[in-house]
Write a new protein. Structure first.
Length: 196
């Protein structure tokens, strides 16, 4: 995980190859215990309740691997990482939203959040990841769980995810409230809110 050597070097528009995959975060890195970690599915759920999923319950879902780059909005990319975990589509199937829900808040520890469209979350390559390149994620890279949405910029995939909340109307997460694009598609170079 120290560099892009031997990886597929194809990059999206406007991106450049990062020589080292340096984690980005604010403040101290949270030290979370996988045994006590859980994902809460809240908001406009179909049954009106809250579903709580721990890794034992998530382990009942198909374990998948997706080869995808990490693309930062600051134009740095690490191509060809091998992510492992469970598909968000399978999580959503376990705890579905009400009809008409289009937006999902992905909330992490310490108040960080990002908002994605439900259609982006349920793509086959969108994962709740717990490992990369065959190794468990480090705390700096999001252990025990991070969102990996390969077609969106990295700010859309928070580390240390603890909640998935369904909404009928678009919300603002941390980055969106600081001027970043509400959708963040890499191939469209959707970096800033004024591009909307």
């Amino acid at each position: 995980m120290t560099g892009p050597q031997g990886r597929d070097q194809e990059l999206p528009p406007g991106q450049r190859l990062a020589q080292v995959w340096r984690p980005s975060f604010y403040g101290r890195v949270p030290r979370l215990d996988a045994d006590s970690w859980e994902l809460r599915v809240t908001g406009a759920t179909r049954d009106g309740g809250v579903t709580v999923l721990d890794w034992e319950r998530l382990a009942e879902l198909p374990d998948v691997e997706v080869s995808a780059g990490m693309h930062c909005v600051d134009r740095r990319s690490i191509p060809g990482l091998l992510w492992g975990g469970v598909r968000f589509a399978d999580v959503v199937a376990l705890a579905p939203p009400e009809a008409g829900v289009e937006h999902v808040v992905l909330a992490a520890v310490r108040g960080y959040s990002s908002v994605v469209l439900l259609e982006d979350l349920v793509r086959p390559d969108s994962l709740l990841a717990n490992r990369v390149d065959g190794e468990p994620l480090t705390p700096e890279h999001g252990w025990p769980a991070r969102a990996v949405l390969p077609h969106l910029y990295g700010f859309k995939g928070p580390k240390w995810v603890v909640e998935l909340a369904y909404h009928h109307r678009r919300q603002e997460g941390w980055w969106e409230s600081h001027g970043y694009h509400p959708r963040g598609r890499v191939d469209q170079e959707e970096r800033w809110a004024h591009q909307e």
